[in-house]
Design a protein around this ligand. Sequence first.
Ligand code: ADP
Length: 490
Amino acid sequence: MTIAAAPPRVTQTRNLIDGQWVEARSGKTFDVFNPSTEQVIAQVADSDAADVDAAVIAARRAFDEGPWSRMAARERGKLLYRLADLIEQHADELAALEVLNNGKPIGEVRFADIPLVVSTFRYFAGWADKIHGDTIPVDNHFGRFFCYTKKEPVGVCAQIIPWNFPMLMVTWKWGPALAAGNTVVLKPAEQTPLTALRLAELAQEAGFPDGVINVVNGFGETAGASLVKHRGADKVAFTGHYQTAQHIMRDAADTLKRITFELGGKSPNVVFADADLDQAVAGAMTGIFFNQGEVCCAGSRLFVERSVHDEFVLKFAAAADARRVGDPFDENTEQGAQVSQEQFDKVMGYIELGKQEANCVAGGERAADTGWFVRPTIFTGVTNDMRIAREEIFGPVVSVLPFTDRREVIEQANDTDYGLAAAVWTRDITKAFALADSVRAGTVWVNCFNTFDAAAPFGGYKFSGQGRELGAEALKAYTETKTVWVNLGD
Ligand code: ADP
């Protein structure tokens, strides 16, 4: 195995509660794996309700009484800038740790994850002292008033994240929450806690006061559910599977928590015959195979106009066959390992199903005897009612569906429970805008795919979520609006 510039180093496996690194109160731990070798790399604190309780109490105190609520917004911003600087200084180390724990290729972590993590913290750092309300002139039959709004933090935020972008998901959650003055309790995914823990160490080094950032490791049904139900938490921000979100919504009902969800997708990627086909093939590759297909907005339903379908599929299958799958520490690797045995089995199950329902024209098998590697897999002859076209696979598996005209493809694109993203490839501006207007999805890419920026809101319609991450929109989810009325008299 080629080793990255900085050898991966596990620095922390415990919980961060009130500024202290502590074991789970029960003393229990769980194993964390390297997906490319299937070896155990760490034993991490396995938390339950008692640990969650301590973390929420710490976050509550830091919010209600601690230095955080009294700190000037600009100083909060400075801490976020400092954290971004520290991440940049430790980029090689963090990248290696992410590869070790998640299985994604080092080149992609350097190109995508690290720059997005740093820029997201800087973007929200800039917001910290720019979050303010409006003045509303009121002169009506009640009288004359000076009426104004204030934007106040929601309070203690329970943040539960998945394993596909372990560092980036921390950033999307902490950035807006901390900029707006909230305190947080984060539960990383049980598969990939290591970089979140390292980020929390760097946040301590940056100078965040005790209790502002707490991290509790563990499983969803124990640590996650306790966090969602806790009376001391004001809000839940969750990224993951829609069925987990349904569970969380029920659990959060008793305490009427504010909720934001960023969930899955079955995103349509539409190629018209007039598109630059080579560009569209490259876009389809990125759209589905980036990050091993473990992307909530993956372009897993690829609609190709019938007149170019066969030519497109030939080129696409050749590109998929040529994709370098293997050692994620090798700079030349394009696709690493799926995150876990469970995920690998799930993806292989869908591949077997696809072979019964449709034609497999690329991949269709595991890519190594050891490690959870899957060949980039393409199915043709797929119809929108097949399970491989309806259910989120979350792996490097794509369904190609031919279409004849614009109206038909828009109808099919929208014939899904999800609504996270869509893309269109065309040289015709009218078709591009028609699709952008008609697809019920939170993001539409025109002649591009998987482009992101901290300033651009991201989130889903329908089963793909509630609320938006990133951009000024994200701050709405982390603030309450207070309206103040001052009687101006006669
Ligand atoms: P996946 O099945 O792809 O792992 P999940 O939605 O189950 O996706 O997991 C995303 C995150 O949600 C993880 O951190 C997981 O531990 C957490 N989680 C799972 N079940 C629950 C639950 N019932 N309550 C709270 N969090 C949960």
